[in-house]
Design a protein around this ligand. Structure first.
Ligand code: GLC
Length: 435
C-alpha cells in the first residue's frame, strides 16, 4: 500500500488554510437561520397530526409556501457590497470565500439564465450578485468558492421526479461553471437528505470538470458521516462542526484534502436572536486544531437581510484577523508533523522544509514563573519525535529568541511567557532548521 500523490490544485487548496463561509438568501430576512421554512412547515404539519391524534414526526417533504415566496419581493440586496465582504474576509486572514449561491430554499443569487425566475436578477435586487462577488474576489486575490444546495424545497420535482430535478441541478451548476471565469471550487450540500437515492454524481462532476478542470469538488457529508470519502471526483472530505481527525491516506485511490466548517454562533443563516457567539479563543483554537491535522477551516458568518455583515461578526472576524496577521504564515505554510507535545501543543513543518512552527496553548505571563496559574504555564516544555536539527527558535510576534535543547528526537524549548498585557490564546514560535 502507498500514499497517493496529490494533484497540485488540491495542495494549493490546502495552503489556503482559512476560508470564510457566507450564508445569505431570502431566509436572511426572517433572521432565524436558514431552515426557518422547514421549521414553520414542520410545526403546521404536526399541529394537523395532533388534531388527528397522531404522534409528531418530520414531514416527508418540505415545499416552499406562497407566503415564503413573498420574501423575494422584498429582497433588495441594497446593503450588499461585494468588495466590502471580500475585504472583511481578507482582514480576517481568509484566503477564500464560500458563498451560498443557492441554499435549500431554492432561490439563486446568480442569474439562472432562464431556468426559472426565482433568482436575484428577477427580484427587486435586479442584479447578478454572484457576478459581483466573483469580480470582488478577483480584484482582491481571494479565491471564490460556490456553495450549492442539492436538497431543494422550491423544485417539486425534487420529490416528484428526481431525475428531472437532477438535470435541473446539473444545468444550474453548468451555468455557475461557465459564466464566472475560473473558480476555486464547488461545495455541495444536501445529499444526506436522500442517502439512498442515486444522485448521479458522476454526471454532475463531469459537467464541472468540463469547464473547471481544477476546481475543488466538495460535497458535505453532514454531521453523521464526517470525514468519509465518496465519489472519486470529490477532492476533500468535510467535518461539519466537528474536530477533524488526522487523515490516513494509505491505500486511498486519490489524495484528498480535509476541511472543517464551523459557524460563529448556532446558525449558518443569520439568527438575529441567536446570541450564542463563539469567543475568539474558541475560533482561534479551532483554526489551530484544524491545521494540526492539515485540514482547512471554513468559518461561517450569516449576512443580514439585504446583504450587510453585522458589527459583531465583523469585530469577531477582525480579532481572528489580528491573530492571523501575526501567526498566519504558520497557518498557511504549516503542514502536519509527527511530533508529540504536552497538552494541546503541537508542531507543524513549513512546506519549504526550512522551519518548524511550534504552537503553544495556555501560556502564562512573564513573571508568573513556571507555576500553574489558572491552568497557564511558562517554562521548559518538551516535544518528542522531532528529527530535524534546530538552529534557533523565536516567538513569531516579537522575535524574542528562546533557549532550547535537543537530544535524540527530543526538543525542549524554554517558553518565556507573554509580555504583561498580551494574550494571543495560542502563541507560535518559529524554529529554523539546520541545513
Ligand atoms: C448543514 C445545513 C445547512 C448548512 C450546512 C453548512 O448541511 O443543513 O443549512 O448550510 O450545514 O455546512
Amino acid at each position: 500500500m502507498s500514499t497517493p500523490i496529490a494533484k497540485q490544485y488540491i495542495l494549493d487548496f490546502e495552503q489556503l488554510g482559512l476560508g470564510m463561509f457566507v450564508h445569505w438568501g431570502l431566509y436572511s430576512q426572517a433572521g432565524q437561520g436558514e431552515w426557518i421554512l422547514h421549521y414553520n412547515e414542520m410545526i403546521k404539519y404536526n399541529e394537523q397530526r395532533r388534531q388527528l391524534g397522531l404522534p409528531e414526526e418530520e414531514p416527508p417533504v418540505t415545499l416552499i409556501t406562497p407566503e415564503y415566496m413573498k420574501l423575494k419581493d422584498t429582497f433588495t440586496a441594497e446593503d450588499f457590497d461585494a468588495e466590502k465582504l471580500v475585504l472583511t474576509a481578507k482582514a480576517a486572514g481568509c484566503r477564500y470565500i464560500t458563498l451560498t449561491t443557492r441554499h435549500h430554499e431554492g432561490f439563486s443569487l446568480y442569474d439562472t439564465c432562464g431556468l426559472n425566475d426565482f433568482d436575484a436578477p428577477h427580484s427587486p435586487a435586479k442584479r447578478d450578485l454572484i457576478r459581483e462577488f466573483v469580480d470582488a474576489c478577483n480584484k482582491y486575490d481571494i479565491v471564490p468558492f460556490f456553495y450549492h444546495t442539492t436538497l431543494d424545497w422550491y423544485k417539486k420535482e425534487f420529490s416528484e421526479n428526481f431525475d428531472e430535478y437532477l438535470e435541473y441541478l446539473r444545468k444550474s451548476v453548468e451555468i455557475l461553471c461557465k459564466n464566472y471565469g475560473k473558480i476555486g471550487g464547488l461545495w455541495f450540500d444536501g445529499n444526506w437528505s436522500k442517502p439512498d437515492a442515486d444522485w448521479k454524481e458522476s454526471e454532475l462532476y463531469a459537467t464541472i470538470r468540463k469547464y473547471q478542470p481544477e476546481a475543488m469538488i466538495i460535497n458535505n457529508t453532514g454531521l453523521e458521516l464526517r470525514g468519509t470519502t465518496g465519489d472519486i471526483e470529490i477532492d476533500s472530505v468535510t467535518f461539519e462542526r466537528g474536530t477533524p481527525e488526522p487523515m490516513d491516506r494509505e491505500g486511498m485511490p486519490k489524495y484528498l484534502a480535509a476541511e472543517m466548517c464551523q459557524t460563529v454562533n448556532d446558525h449558518w443563516g443569520i439568527g438575529k436572536a441567536d446570541l450564542n457567539y463563539k469567543s475568539p479563543k474558541e475560533l482561534i483554537e479551532n483554526i489551530c486544531d484544524c491545521r494540526k491535522v492539515g485540514a482547512n477551516m471554513l468559518l461561517n458568518i450569516g449576512s443580514e437581510a439585504q446583504g450587510a455583515v453585522n458589527t459583531y461578526q465583523n469585530h469577531l472576524l477582525g480579532l481572528v484577523g489580528e491573530w492571523m496577521k501575526i501567526f498566519g504564515e504558520a497557518i498557511y505554510n504549516g503542514r502536519p508533523y509527527p511530533s508529540i507535545g504536552i497538552g494541546k501543543n503541537f508542531i507543524l513543518k513549513s512546506t519549504d522544509g526550512k522551519s518548524l512552527y511550534i504552537f503553544v496553548y495556555n501560556l502564562g505571563v512573564v513573571g508568573s514563573k513556571d507555576v500553574v496559574l489558572e491552568g497557564r504555564y511558562i517554562g521548559s516544555y518538551a516535544f518528542g519525535n522531532v528529527t530535524d536539527k534546530i538552529k534557533s527558535v523565536e516567538w513569531m510576534d516579537n522575535g524574542e529568541k528562546l533557549d532550547f535543547l535537543q537530544g535524540k528526537d527530543m526538543l525542549c524549548v524554554n517558553f518565556t511567557g507573554y509580555p504583561y498585557g498580551v494574550s494571543y490564546i495560542v502563541r507560535v514560535a518559529k524554529a529554523e532548521i539546520l541545513e
